[in-house]
Design a protein around this ligand. Structure first.
Ligand code: GLP
Length: 252
């Protein structure tokens, strides 16, 4: 079941999304979290760090698996998703370093790395909450628009639209990696619950397409319509604009 919440600001949407994760971690200290990068989850991570700092929640027993990582960037490169996760969350909470997992973008053997990451995900015994953002082209993780949905970890060629979108974080467009490892759609769909966050007007059309258009691998996020559990969608006013206009009754 999909529930869509719209908030005035991305900050408020992030605080609301963080409350769901905080509740989960309180109820089950050994929670497994699937995590995402991008600017949309940042306010949520900030709020989780605040709650941890305030002693409201602890991540001591939490394990995490991230969705994706660029190929060719070392973990300490300031644009790697590993760096992002430490900078925005892990360095600010009491999680154990050995409990955090991301694909290794520097793996010499991509096939072996896919197998390794599939085994890591399987060893978690199920993701309790999967955090997702959405690319401007509808990607989740780095599952780009395609003619099929993938099950397990994939090595993807990033589309021009994704490279353009992510070039804002790099000095030059040529510096943006062209390939990435991503958790597959099938693995994402195995989570028990999804917390989806998106902000900014650039996301307004694609979130409407994802949640109200046809289910198609051309809009990878649209598969969430078939998700068996709850999909909780936290949008700021700008990202919710097209849904609000076309489906005003759909907003919780
Ligand atoms: C990245 C990540 C996605 C993320 C998306 C949107 O490329 N691979 O997992 O959802 O971009 O990011 P943002 O929230 O910055 O728009």
């Amino acid at each position: 079941m999909i529930k869509i919440f719209s908030y005035k600001t991305a900050e408020e949407a992030g605080i609301a999304a963080a409350a769901v994760i905080a509740e989960q971690v309180k109820n089950k200290p050994a929670t497994v979290l699937g995590l995402a990068t991008g600017s949309s989850p940042v306010p949520m991570y900030r709020e989780l760090a605040r709650r941890c700092d305030a002693g409201e929640i602890s991540f001591k027993e939490v394990k995490t698996v991230n969705l994706d990582e660029y190929v060719g960037l070392t973990a300490d490169h300031d644009q790697s998703f590993s760096y992002f996760m430490f900078d925005n969350l892990f360095n600010h909470i009491d999680i154990k370093k050995e409990n955090v997992n991301l694909p290794n973008g520097m793996a010499a053997d991509p096939v072996a790395e896919r197998d390794r990451y599939d085994a890591v995900i399987a060893s978690m015994g199920g993701v309790d909450i999967q955090v997702l953002g959405i690319g401007n082209n509808g990607h989740i993780g780095f599952n780009e628009p395609a003619d099929h949905f993938s099950y397990g970890t994939v090595l993807v060629e990033l589309t021009d639209s994704t490279i353009d979108a992510n070039s804002r974080f790099f000095e030059r467009r040529e510096d943006v990696p062209t390939r990435a490892f991503t958790m597959g759609i099938g693995q994402i769909m195995n989570a028990a619950k999804i917390v989806f966050v998106a902000s900014g007007k650039v996301k307004a059309d694609i979130v409407e397409k994802a949640f109200f258009g046809p289910v198609t691998p051309e809009v990878p996020a649209s598969i969430l319509r078939f998700f068996k559990g709850e999909v909780l969608v936290y949008l700021d006013e700008e990202a919710a604009a097209v849904i609000k206009e076309k489906h005003p009754d759909a907003l919780a």
